[in-house]
Design a protein around this ligand. Structure first.
Ligand code: ZN
Length: 101
């Protein structure tokens, strides 16, 4: 997961993001795919993602990484996330399984 996040950081954010820890969690509400704590710079991703297609998993990591830069879901945030080309597809997938934002 750590290595995966570093690759996505390089590809979509020019390697400009820094975090303390990124890992899976089972301890979160079923409707949330991830949580980014911008205070201690830690990211938790639902372990349900392990069973989902790679493009969905990648999207979630990109989404949570983008929160390190822009904490709230606004136009600036989505502009950043949309650097990931399958954003719309992944959001549709997550919505269909009840984990949409
Ligand atoms: Zn978000």
């Amino acid at each position: 997961m750590e290595k995966h996040a570093r690759e996505l950081n390089k590809r979509y954010f020019g390697g400009g993001l820094a975090w303390i820890q990124i890992c899976y969690t089972t301890e979160q509400n079923a409707h949330t795919f991830g949580i980014c704590n911008t205070t201690n710079r830690t990211i938790r991703v639902s372990d349900r993602l392990r069973e989902m297609p790679k493009f969905v998993h990648d999207y979630v990591v990109v989404h949570e990484l983008a929160h390190l830069k822009v904490p709230k879901h606004g136009p600036e945030f989505w502009k950043l996330v949309n650097r990931y080309p399958k954003t719309e597809r992944a959001r549709g997938y997550l919505m269909a399984v009840g984990m949409g934002d």
